[in-house]
Design a protein. Structure first.
Ligand code: SF4
Length: 362
């Protein structure tokens, strides 16, 4: 069975004040060595077939189209069956001809870090490109023949209101996006946002819940149907690569901070570019893929955990204890049927707690 391939590009033009991803600024002198190291690392997996590829970061577009396409061609030449090849882009680092070169190299999906179509909100997040720039780049991608376009939306941005959220969703629809990832802003320790969190004018928790439910409703109105806690697709153009994570399927991750799940084992690369460049081995992260882990990931999906899927994978039914646990959870938060269990939209707001309760004593 072909599996997923993720490659992490840990370079950014500047650091967004909320970001705790592994990404470096002012280290562009390492880019050439990094690309060589990625190609070298790929050789170790030459007997594995990939059908989805995702270049994430950091900001892959900072690397430049020529270097990205060199790596992409290395992958596609060994893997003729790739169905989905995504590259994350930041609107402020896209140069002329960028999308044409990527399309030529086999890329067929773009994920654009827009966060908001309201320039004031984008500025607060440290994003310099205007919504006009985002619009123009999306048209450029389409002209190059890449029409599967995902946009990131952030919820809970300082000063965000239900109205400005509506503006962002309308923009996504007008510009012809096929997929939306809508994430609640998380204030991570160690980030600039964390140190000034009390003065940021952040919406409170209740308002963030309202923003999430409004996003689900507005996106639905524009034809983006929810299929995962934070992900929405038009015309069923779901992210097949990310579905591998939520289906507990296998994938290889290359680059500092990238995680892998292969042959029942989880492992990851340290958050250290020098260790990666010097050929450090991945760190063992234990066994993966047991029923509890599978259920935990599947319950992020609107489809939830099903009897058919569980039987196919583990040759047993969903444990009775899960149905027993479900009886103690309010009915508006979960949906229990003969063929499985799923969380409702309101339930997704409390997903960690509910999934923990459902899996109690499993
Ligand atoms: S562009 Fe993305 S990875 Fe880079 S600093 Fe901003 S949020 Fe982090």
């Amino acid at each position: 069975m072909p599996i997923g391939l993720y490659i992490h590009f840990p370079f950014c033009k500047s650091k967004c004040p909320y970001c705790d991803f592994y990404s470096l600024c002012g280290k562009n002198d390492l880019i050439d060595r990094y690309c060589d190291a990625v190609i070298d690392r790929l050789k170790a997996f030459s007997d594995i077939r990939f059908d989805t590829v995702y270049f994430g970061g950091g900001t892959p577009s900072v690397i430049g189209a020529d270097k990205l396409s060199k790596i992409a061609e290395h992958i596609t030449s060994d893997n003729p069956d790739i169905t989905e090849f995504t590259v994350e882009c930041n609107p402020s680092s896209i140069t002329d001809g960028f999308f044409d070169i990527l399309r030529e190299a086999g890329v067929n999906r773009i994920s654009m870090g827009m966060q908001s179509a309201v320039d004031r909100e984008r500025k607060k997040l440290g994003r310099s490109a205007s919504s006009d720039t985002v619009y123009n780049h999306i048209q450029g991608a389409k002209r190059a023949g890449i029409d599967n376009i995902s946009l990131d939306l952030m919820l809970g941005i300082p000063y965000q209101t239900l109205d400005t959220l509506k503006t962002s969703v309308e923009f996504c629809s007008q510009v012809g996006a096929s997929h939306i990832s809508a994430y609640l802003l998380k204030i991570e320790e160690g980030t600039p946002f964390y140190s000034k969190k009390d003065t940021l004018a952040l919406p409170d928790e209740d308002y963030c819940c309202d923003l999430y439910l409004e996003a689900v409703s507005q996106l639905k109105k524009h034809g983006f149907l929810q299929y995962e806690i934070s992900n929405f697709a038009k015309d069923n153009r779901v992210s097949h690569h990310n579905l591998k994570y939520w289906n507990c399927d296998e994938y290889i991750g290359i680059g500092p901070s990238a995680h892998s799940f292969f042959n029942g084992k989880r492992f990851f690369c340290d958050r250290d570019i020098n260790a990666f460049l010097n050929g450090a081995s991945p760190v063992d992260d234990g066994d993966g893929g047991d029923f509890a882990e599978y259920a935990m990931l599947r319950l992020r999906l609107c489809e939830g955990i099903t009897e058919v899927g569980t039987y196919e994978r583990f040759s047993h039914s969903i444990p009775t204890i899960m149905y027993e646990n479900a009886k103690h959870i309010p009915k508006n938060l979960i949906c229990v049927k003969n063929d499985g269990i799923s969380l409702t939209c309101e339930g997704f707001l409390l997903s960690n707690q509910i999934i923990g309760e459902l899996l109690n004593n499993v």
